[in-house]
Design a protein around this ligand. Structure first.
Ligand code: SAM
Length: 463
């Protein structure tokens, strides 16, 4: 068994080439297997990515929707990014933070971190994705650790950040151990592209230009005790089919070596950024192609959460949620100090342009109107349900008995603390409609009792 993380470009290209000859019967078999929710091999995924058979493509979307519904129900987890530092020594050609771009760079002081966190908490957010550029001098690991401590200590009224996921540059086992110790949720890192020659062209200077070091980051994170890692690629840098297979091979490597693959997969699509003109990129998937990619990933790794950000428009987000996305950001700023700047209506240095500018409350209302249940749940990692323990609970189907209760309880909290009358009426009706869907009797009774407690002032109740 191959135990070191490597991507064989030739192997992926051959897999895609061979997949072109897949006959209709084999495609049927692959889709039958996918429908059984046991996941797919990279070869199966290749066949689904390249087929041109309208009938099989239609079935793929149908199954993706069914898997989404069976495993994730109506829940959609909400989070917000928090950019703390835009100093960066890397030259990622597509990124607004690249070191060649000249703008006034900054890193937040702890007082500013508290200010940003207070604004996010007043929006109702409980889960953050901490984002930073890479700069060993201006943004060392000790700074990141101090930010995490500050966030976990910070409370504004009933607001509280309960889970800090971290998206910072690839680092050492020692630093990952410090992040683990600090109680992070998921460690997120996008490979950007699995295609090594493209990676080298896109990352021309700085530590991130080391493809191998970047590719093996999750191995070091896992060795350091972090067991929830979130992968992703930046769609648009290279052929999307190639990238999906890169993700699949990476996931398989983590499963084989550490017993759990990606906890989440993010699917960012390249956006306009300062110094990154989209016309320079010929591989940005069209909306139609992008939907198919998300559906294929949903079939391949049914229990891996899938994340989209405000890079996507409201219309795309709606379609993507139907076929696989389980987590979305809302009310986001992709700029250091951006939440405070927005309150004072100033503009600054965004990492890229966002397409969904709605507030969390508007997004939640929209989700509820679609019959979906917005969730701020942070229970799993606080209950030790991480890594392979999370995956085995998810695969047993029992996860439903904790996810829906936690979603309803966090929605109830939000409605009590931040909702106006119209919001409360909607949320209340949705909670009432969903309580009977909790299959386990004890859980249903406990959730009903907790909802009552939350209405009477109780907070942070979870199972
Ligand atoms: N500096 C760390 C790193 O390089 O991995 C942290 C991540 S960076 C703040 C967040 C992510 O934004 C990158 O991994 C990249 O995929 C994404 N990004 C950069 N430029 C982008 C663009 N023009 N459009 C969309 N996403 C972009």
């Amino acid at each position: 068994m191959e135990m070191s993380m490597k991507i064989d470009t030739q192997l992926i290209e051959t897999m895609l080439e061979n997949a072109r000859g897949t006959d209709s019967r084999t495609l049927d078999e692959i889709l039958d297997r996918a429908d059984g929710m046991s996941g797919l091999s990279p070869e199966d995924v290749a066949a689904l990515l390249v087929t041109e058979s309208p009938e099989h493509i239609a079935r793929m979307f149908e199954i993706a929707g069914r898997i989404k519904e069976k495993i994730y129900g109506e829940r959609v987890v909400m989070f917000a990014p928090l950019y703390v530092c835009d100093y960066c020594v890397n030259q990622c050609v597509y990124c607004g933070y690249k070191c060649d771009n000249v703008f006034r760079r900054r890193r937040l002081t702890m007082d500013e971190v508290r200010e940003e966190a207070a604004i996010l908490e007043r929006m109702g957010h409980k889960r953050l994705a901490l984002e930073a550029g890479e700069d060993p001098v201006n943004c060392p690991i000790d700074y990141i650790l101090e930010v995490i401590r500050t966030l976990y200590e910070m409370k504004a009224d009933n607001g509280e950040i309960r889970r800090v996921n971290v998206n910072i540059a690839a680092t050492t086992v020692e630093n990952y151990a410090k992040l683990h110790e600090a109680g992070i949720g998921t460690y997120i890192l996008f490979q950007e592209t699995y295609h090594e020659p493209t990676y080298r062209r896109m990352h021309t200077a700085g530590p991130k230009s080391n493809y191998e070091y970047h590719l093996t980051a999750f191995d070091r994170a896992m060795q350091a005790g972090i067991d929830d890692v979130g992968g992703g690629v930046l769609f648009g840098l290279h052929d999307a089919n190639f990238e999906v297979l890169g993700l699949m091979l990476h996931n398989r490597h983590l499963e084989q070596k550490y017993g759990a693959g990606f906890h989440t997969i993010s699917v960012p699509r390249l956006c306009e950024a300062a110094g990154a003109d989209l016309s320079m990129y010929g591989d940005i998937p069209t909306d139609e192609r992008f939907l198919r990619i998300v559906a294929a990933i949903r079939l391949a790794v049914p229990y891996t959460g899938m994340i989209i950000s405000t890079r996507e428009s409201p219309e795309m987000r709606k379609e993507l949620i139907k076929i696989g996305i389980s987590q979305i950001s809302g009310g986001s700023s992709v700029e250091v100090g951006g939440y405070s700047l927005r309150e004072s209506s100033e503009d600054g240095g965004e990492q890229f342009e966002v397409a969904d500018k709605r507030t969390p409350s508007e997004i939640m209302t929209w989700l509820m109107d679609e019959g979906l249940v917005p969730s701020f749940c942070t229970a799993c990692y606080r209950q030790g349900r991480t890594g392979d323990r999370f995956m085995s609970l998810a695969k047993s189907g029992n996860i439903k008995n904790v996810c829906l209760p936690n979603a309803l309880m966090t929605l109830c909290e939000y409605m009590m603390d931040y909702g106006d009358d119209a919001f409360r009426a909607k949320a209340e009706a949705l909670i009432e409609k969903n309580l009977p869907k909790i299959e386990n009797d004890t859980m249903r009774e406990r959730t009903t009792a907790n909802i009552k407690k939350i209405k009477e002032g109780g907070r942070d109740l979870f199972v």
